[in-house]
Design a protein around this ligand. Structure first.
Ligand code: SF4
Length: 338
């Protein structure tokens, strides 16, 4: 085994220079070795089980104006929607009957609407007590995070997007600050949420050294979940003409982070499968262990356009791909288990 991969596997760490080499190398056999080692590590942690999460895109209303995002508040070209309590519960019902035991409620950042979710989260928790609830609703006040946690939410995903403050400022409006994002992550941790962070790969102006900073931030925070996907341009944003991020680099990051944090829940993201036709399974083979089939009512999916060409990850297709590679799914919350 190449020394770099061996050190990463044995020490769960590498100096920055080694990380840069793994991120930038053209040596295909080194890359394959990295992925294989990450795959073996994932199998040591989870066997050949892949955890399923049922994604429910609850609302595309957002108060923010992130420069890369298709549902940013200044985009007047999309129809805004927010699912009703009844619609959310029927999505959960469908997901549950399909064997899903984690519901992921994801939406734009909108504290007043998120407040309305508190009783809905409580109802989901009471109706399906053997299932986990993951939220991804952006930066909210501490007391709202707390209310949602008490209502029954178990996990919260808040991607940091980039660890480099200068880069963060290039991707976000001046009203958003990286300090707030990090403060929220620590608040979520304080409330004992299983917490997720992550970044876009290939976002405009990104450099390899910024990705190394991302890896260091993740290594230091040790999140229970790591959400990483390639940047995909959206026509209604300032970054419409920038190229998409690399699927290959995204998978290398799955592998590196799997070797650093063997038990973390790492999804093979929808964004990856949106730019690479067999991206879902390739992500799993690179060390990811989670897939998120979409249970949003079909009539709203196009309007939840964070980026263009989004894949739906239909459950049957996912299961077929997984079983062809000897992987399986079962009704399981798939909690972080250190
Ligand atoms: S990335 Fe999130 S916070 Fe930013 S505009 Fe899009 S939905 Fe809103």
């Amino acid at each position: 085994m190449t020394e770099l991969v061996q050190i990463l596997r044995d020490k769960r760490d590498l100096p920055d220079k080694g990380l840069v080499e793994l991120l930038e190398t053209d040596n295909q056999s080194l890359v394959e070795e990295l992925k294989e080692c990450a795959r073996e590590t994932a199998i040591e942690s989870f066997g050949k089980e892949v955890f399923l999460r049922g994604l429910i895109e609850w609302s595309n209303v957002c108060r923010n104006d992130c420069l890369y995002c298709g549902i940013r508040c200044s985009n007047a070209n999309i129809q805004r929607y927010t699912l009703t309590r009844e619609q959310i519960l029927s999505c959960c019902e469908l997901a549950y009957s399909s064997g899903i035991r984690t519901f992921v409620l994801q939406g734009g950042e909108n504290p007043s609407s998120a407040q309305n979710l508190v009783p809905v989260v409580a109802e989901i928790h009471a109706s399906w007590p053997d299932s986990a609830i993951t939220l991804s609703l952006g930066e909210l006040p501490f007391d709202l995070y707390e209310k949602l946690r008490i209502a029954g939410a178990d996990r919260y995903l808040l991607r940091h997007e980039t660890a480099n403050p200068v880069h963060y400022a290039m991707l976000h409006p001046i009203t958003m600050g990286q300090g707030t994002r990090l403060k929220c992550l620590y608040q979520l941790r304080e409330l004992c949420y299983q917490t997720g962070m992550g970044m876009m790969v290939g976002s405009p102006f990104q450099k390899t050294e910024y990705l190394v900073e991302d890896i260091r931030l993740i290594q230091m925070f040790r999140p229970e979940m790591i959400g990483i996907g390639p940047f995909i341009p959206h026509k209604d944003t300032k970054f419409a003409d920038f190229p998409a991020g690399s699927a290959e680099l995204t998978m290398r990051l799955y592998s590196i982070l799997r070797l650093m944090l063997p038990k973390a829940n790492i999804p093979s993201t929808t964004a990856l499968s949106s730019i690479l036709p067999d991206g879902r399974i390739k992500g799993i083979l690179a060390g990811a262990n989670v897939i998120m089939p979409n249970f949003t009512p079909p009539q709203y999916r196009d309007a939840y356009s964070l980026y263009e060409g989004k894949s739906a990850d239909p459950l049957e297709e996912v299961q077929k791909e997984l079983s062809a590679e000897g992987y399986f799914t079962r009704p399981n919350r798939g909690d972080y288990n250190n």
